[in-house]
Design a protein around this ligand. Sequence first.
Ligand code: HEM
Length: 371
Amino acid sequence: MFELVEDPCYYCLCFYAVLVLGALLCLASQLWKMLKQLNDEEESWAVDIPPGSLGFPFIGETVQFMAAINSGKGFYEFVRVRSLSWEDGATVIILDEALKITFKAMCKMLLSLESGQELELLQEDVGHVCKAMLAFPLRFPGTRFYKGLQARKRIMSTLEKIIRRRRREGLDSKNDDFLQHLLAEDENSCSDGLMYRLSDAEIQDNILTMIIAGQDTTASAITWMVKYLGENQKVLDQLKAEQLQLAEKTSKKLFLTLDDLNEMPYASKVVKESLRMASVVPWFPRLVLQDCEIEGYKIKKGWNVNIDVKSIHLDPMVYSEPNNFNPSRFDDESKPYSFLAFGMGSRTCLGMNMAKAMMLVFLHRFLTTYK
Ligand code: HEM
């Protein structure tokens, strides 16, 4: 008969092994919980945080930072590659970026609003209103049209608050913008009793009209301009030379001035040629006020007619080789009524100069800052 006698050391070993395994499992589960918590927090914040990476848990981007310090390029390289998100080779949707730029510029000019939550909410709501303008007018919750109406109400109440704030601050406040001028005109018209006084609702409506008329149009003009430049290397080279030369003079300034814009003769022609080819507003509807005849055709009073701008801009009788992007065609004076990008006559675009300025500033920054 044998009796199995086990070595007490064997029990000890097993006991320690179980203990170590338990401790490892415990550690792993704690680590897992922490990582999950970090991940959840990151996801819940991801909507609001700036683009880029937070790096690894705990150590962040310390390794990359140390590598940059020790590299020949110096530590600022670490900041540089992270600050210009357009530079990381990612796809840039020009229209989206241009919409942000033009919205900001418009709000600054109209309301001196440059950043903050009010601006962000306004931009979102203006987007809803623009979509609703092209939607089927169904006033049911959930439809695009309904969302646009709700967004318009919110915009109006934000503008109302801004107007009230302005009136409280007094009209001699530091803001020199469109709203301030409208309010000042209003006060004057009240005191001399000669002019019609705009109600606050009319002022709000005017401001929203300007934003809608100016944001999308200018952003799409910028987008077309970038496309045409991308397809025409010679034009791009000539334009870049002009802008780099100007940049030498303006590099110490924070802002470009009107005088600087006047020193961009070639860029101005690039803007004009882009507007000609793109015809952002391709036709204008008009109501015929009296019977008339055009080139032998009788046009009756009361008819709706459209002025077909695109056809005029691409007519070979008006512009030679109209499908070629050639800014130098504007070296010579254009034929009368041949350039209709901003309309003509009493309804000419009110924001024409602002739109041209936005496009020129965009070109300058785009060509002197990015490849
Ligand atoms: C590249 C950008 C732009 C283009 C192509 C453009 C084009 C036009 C055109 C073609 C008209 C005349 C429509 C017609 O005759 O029926 C017009 C009118 C108008 N535009 Fe612009 N526009 C641009 C930018 C702007 C900006 C930035 C603003 C505001 C700051 C603006 C405000 C207006 C207003 C208020 C009218 C109506 C004028 C009136 O009916 O008396 N536009 N625009």
